[in-house]
Design a protein around this ligand. Structure first.
Ligand code: HEM
Length: 167
């Protein structure tokens, strides 16, 4: 995997994931604005595409990374921020994605029996959006902890490399 494009120690996939996830987080806000303007078809399309696309990003990038980089170190190294952040992010991320899929099933399909459906959409969708953004922020924190701050000159590892070459 080639180097990333955000000026950190991240591989290109991580940088791509970061940009895609930020884009999707913003798209959900645009979709929320559609709902407030009563443009419900546009709202439904925007939120559904984001939730389904995110299933792909989780399945192709984040879950495999979690399985290989984080899971083998649990629970022993949970005290370290490197693993704690990724674990909180992954666990809540799972909840957020499942919650969003459930809302899609209720609002967009007739698959679920009446007993499992809700009709007061607002609190459900607001909770899902808040949870999603919490997970997004934890994802950003994971990125920064793992690879450093984008476009910042003060990378942990580059400091080590620089101080080594200065010796
Ligand atoms: C709403 C759902 C989610 C959002 C918005 C989200 C967002 C993000 C963002 C912005 C990053 C930083 C980019 C990166 O480092 O690759 C990230 C990284 C990561 N996420 Fe998620 N994520 C979600 C769900 C999940 C789930 C369900 C898991 C675990 C099964 C997970 C595990 C990870 C891991 C391990 C990383 C570090 C990946 C790496 O750099 O190798 N995420 N996530």
């Amino acid at each position: 995997m080639g180097p990333g494009f955000l000026g950190t120690n991240a591989p290109r996939t991580a940088d791509l994931t970061l940009v895609i996830e930020l884009g999707m987080g913003l798209a959900l806000l645009v979709g929320t604005w559609f709902a407030r303007r009563r443009r419900y078809r546009a709202h439904a399309w925007t939120q559904s595409i984001v939730v389904l696309l995110n299933l792909l990003v989780i399945g192709l990038v984040m879950a495999p990374s979690f399985r290989t980089q984080v899971l083998p170190e649990l629970p022993g190294r949970l005290g370290r921020s490197y693993f704690a952040l990724a674990t909180a992010h992954g666990a809540l991320g799972m909840v957020a994605e499942l919650f969003a899929c459930y809302i899609l099933l209720v609002a967009g399909t007739k698959l679920l029996p009446p007993k499992l459906r809700f009709t007061n959409y607002k609190p459900w969708m607001r909770t899902a959006l808040a949870l999603w953004w919490l997970v997004l922020i934890l994802g950003l924190a994971t990125y920064v902890r793992w690879y450093g701050v984008p476009f910042s000159k003060h990378q942990e590892n580059s400091w080590i490399i620089n101080s080594n070459s200065a010796v």
